[in-house]
Ligand binder design. Structure first.
Ligand SMILES: Nc1ncnc2c1ncn2[C@@H]1O[C@H](COP(=O)(O)OP(=O)(O)OP(=O)(O)O)[C@@H](O)[C@H]1O
Length: 266
């Protein structure tokens, strides 16, 4: 589905978190929103997910305005909010809550279709073999893949991911991002992820939306995301690392920024 955002503004008292933000993500595109801490990335994703009301502006999915929280918008969180005592399968099934209700999903009375969806989703993220394992005993990367499976069970028309790999080590982050991209590709799922690791963003994104102080300062493909543009988005990035990194598409070293350890483990 095509996501269109028109003149989205969000104010918190005196603070303008987003100011007339507009962009479009074509059907099936994997887009990344970039910006330094406080730029407005989470606010944008929360509005798209219906968790926060915009002060002004509109959001459209395939031309239809989104006015409320919708069950067909999937969200992957940085802290995956999984139920540690439940299995991977049990957690994936909680993605059906919007359709079946919390109580019914916990007492294991889902329609067969939902169970199949949960197993399919776990297969998509490479965890079918671990379906019965308690998520509390899984690695951070595996847990995040369960988080993706849970979002997929909602059969989303749009997938949002707020810093999905920020708390993972670099190798697990790569794996999770690979699953996320493959999922988006095979399901032709329009995806918008906020990522603060620029090298990961460049590797996996197709379209980049740069936000600075609540305003869109860049919207374009990887080739146009030059070191100058990254400096514009982040303000005070270490330019030597950037120049090195943007010469080719394959960056060998993670890029650091001065403000919040971009490219480092958190
Ligand atoms: N509930 C809130 N009440 C008041 N101000 C808020 C609220 N949520 C966000 N803000 C402010 O809005 C601005 C944008 O915040 P937001 O969390 O969207 O940024 P971000 O780019 O996601 O940052 P980070 O990467 O650190 O999460 C910041 O100035 C923040 O302090």
């Amino acid at each position: 589905m095509t996501l269109r955002v028109e003149n989205l503004t969000k104010r918190y008292g005196e603070t303008t978190a987003l100011s007339e933000v507009s962009f479009e993500i074509p059907d099936g595109n994997f887009a990344v929103v970039l910006g330094e801490s406080g730029a407005g990335k989470s606010t944008l994703l929360r509005i798209l997910n219906g968790l926060t009301e915009p002060t002004a502006g509109s959001v459209y999915l395939d031309g239809e305005e989104i006015t409320n929280s919708r069950s067909d918008i999937g969200m992957v969180f940085q802290q995956h909010n999984l139920v540690e005592e439940l299995s991977a399968y049990g957690n994936a099934l909680t993605g059906t809550l919007n359709r079946t209700g919390f109580f019914r999903s916990l007492i294991n009375r889902q329609p067969v279709d939902d169970r199949e969806l949960a197993l399919e989703a776990l297969e998509t993220v490479g965890l079918l073999g671990e379906a019965g394992q308690k998520v509390g005993s899984m690695s951070g990367g595996q847990q995040q893949r369960v988080g993706i499976a849970r979002a997929l069970v909602q059969e989303p028309a749009l997938l949002l991911a707020d810093e999905p790999v920020a708390s993972l080590d670099p190798s697990s982050a790569e794996t999770v991002m690979e699953y996320l991209r493959e999922t988006a590709e095979t399901r032709n799922l329009t995806t918008l992820a906020s990522l603060h690791q620029i090298n990961i963003a460049r590797e996996f994104g197709e379209q980049f939306i740069g936000i600075k102080s609540g305003e869109v300062v860049f919207d374009g493909p990887r080739e146009e995301l030059t070191s100058e543009m990254l400096e514009e988005i982040y303000g005070h990035i270490e330019t030597d690392d950037l120049r090195q990194g943007t010469e080719t598409d394959e960056m060998s070293e993670p890029i650091q920024t001065a403000d919040k350890g971009i490219g480092t483990e958190q």
